[in-house]
Design a protein around this ligand. Sequence first.
Ligand SMILES: [Zn+2]
Length: 125
Amino acid sequence: MSMSDTPTDWTDWTDDRTTDHDPHNLVPSGFVDAWNSQTSETVTTIPEALAVAERAPSSTPHGELRRCPSCESVTVTSKTAIVERENQEPGAHKCAACGAHFDEPLASREAELDPSQATLGEVVR
Ligand SMILES: [Zn+2]
């Protein structure tokens, strides 16, 4: 193909592909409406509803969230990679705030303040 064959005028082009965002009907009915009611934006599609849901604050009370042992931030994520990569840092969790990798997150603030509640270190199998 030469350069002269390459279409350059895209003004008449429209994206008529249809994308089924829920091919297995896993999204509960009312999901889009529920998130539409949570925002001033107009949410009509599953991707738009997901975008609103991702920006929403966690429904878990802040005091119940596990924390980073280095900086005590609650922005702890669990690593989900199935295959271990060569450059992967050890540890099952990573802190999004300071970048620390660790196996055991700190207990939540709530658990720390309530001595009757077991912490992760006390659990014996
Ligand atoms: Zn941290």
